[in-house]
Design a protein around this ligand. Structure first.
Ligand code: ADP
Length: 332
């Protein structure tokens, strides 16, 4: 069979990021109910010597969806192939991915809501009857062959579950919605990560980083890596709270956990649209960002901390959001 080109799809990540990833469910902090359910599903499948049921992880970026997929494959001692949906362009790519998987192997598709409808259809039938149809030959002599697939596990990750068709969504045995982490959980995650990075931060510094990480482990890890840069350059493993704050300021994360673009969104709402309301597309165009990025990455946090509001006529800045940027302005 023809070998398809892009199995380099298994993304290589920098060693540091790999070291920071929890390698087992017991190392994975928080999301207790999800871990319990996963543990049940994994152990039952192991006992029956079957592939683990298909799983869909729903949640904002950076909260552990990929990490859990890797842990599941590890627990099952199975091969895992990882790809992001936009990288699957032709049906041939998807078919190669499906036919190339070994028994009980895991296929992880990130941003699964971005699969085209025709690819979603192929995947749906693969989940439904464990086989796929391939057209062999061209023209009137072409025949449709049905190819049986080995039992496998599909793990999807999405920030926008509503964009999956209902029948497709129903094929997942477990839909796990990952939430933002609580402050206490973030403290534990930061304590774990900083040790792996060889840092020795005080509780005050850890607390400060937790406060500014918006409940997202990836953001906390990113901050810690910049702190590590700072520490490595100074050959001094201890930094105090004032220096921690300095690094945070240097990378543009303010005391509410807002970054440059968050503030730009608030300033744009205030200065260009008199506080709003303004539609998502117009706002995104002015900011030179995609509406999807604004809606799925930036807005949820600004809404959660009450700095903006979504009304039927568009987005508005709240008095709280206004007060924040006014203060920011004065501090500059
Ligand atoms: P997602 O796939 O949801 O975008 P990832 O699984 O890539 O997020 O997680 C981002 C980073 O955050 C990972 O490198 C991992 O080290 C860390 N992380 C995520 N969740 C946890 C957790 N519960 N405990 C410890 N670290 C975590």
């Amino acid at each position: 069979m023809k070998k398809f080109p892009n199995f380099s799809i298994v993304q290589r990540e920098p060693a540091l990021d790999n070291a920071l990833r929890p390698k087992s469910l017991s190392e994975f902090i928080g999301q207790e109910r999800i871990k319990e359910r996963l543990s049940l599903i994994i152990n039952a499948a192991k006992k029956r010597e079957e592939a683990i049921d298909h799983i869909l992880f729903v949640g904002p970026p950076g909260v552990g969806k990929t990490t859990l997929a890797l842990i599941i494959a590890e627990e099952q001692n199975a091969q895992i192939k990882m790809i992001s949906a936009p990288a699957i362009q032709k049906s041939g790519d998807l078919i190669a991915l499906l036919t190339g998987i070994e028994e009980k192997g895991v296929i992880f598709i990130d941003e699964i809501h971005r699969l085209s409808p025709s690819l979603e259809e192929i995947l749906y039938s693969a989940l439904e009857d464990g086989s796929i149809s391939i057209v062999a030959g061209k023209g009137p002599g072409g025949r449709v062959l049905s190819l049986k697939l080995p039992p496998f596990t599909l793990i999807g990750a999405t920030t926008r579950p509503a964009l999956l068709s209902t029948p497709f969504r129903d094929r997942f045995g477990f839909i796990a919605t990952l939430d933002f982490y609580t402050h206490e959980e973030m403290v534990k995650i930061i304590e774990r990560s900083q040790k792996i990075l060889g840092l020795n931060l005080s509780y005050e510094s850890i607390y400060e980083i937790a406060k500014r990480s918006r409940g997202v482990p990836r953001i906390a890890n990113r901050i810690l890596k910049r702190i590590k840069d700072y520490v490595d350059l100074r050959d001094n493993e201890n930094i105090d709270l004032a220096e921690t704050k300095k690094v945070l300021e240097l990378i543009g994360i303010d005391e509410n956990g807002l970054d440059e673009l968050d503030r730009k969104i608030l300033f744009t709402l205030k200065d260009k649209f008199s506080g709003g309301p303004v539609g998502l597309k117009t706002l995104a165009a002015v900011l030179n960002e995609s509406p999807e990025t604004i809606e799925s990455i930036y807005e949820p946090y600004l809404l959660r901390i009450g700095f903006i509001q979504r009304t039927s006529r568009g987005r508005v800045i709240t008095p709280l959001g206004l007060a924040h940027i006014m203060r920011y302005h004065h501090d500059q």
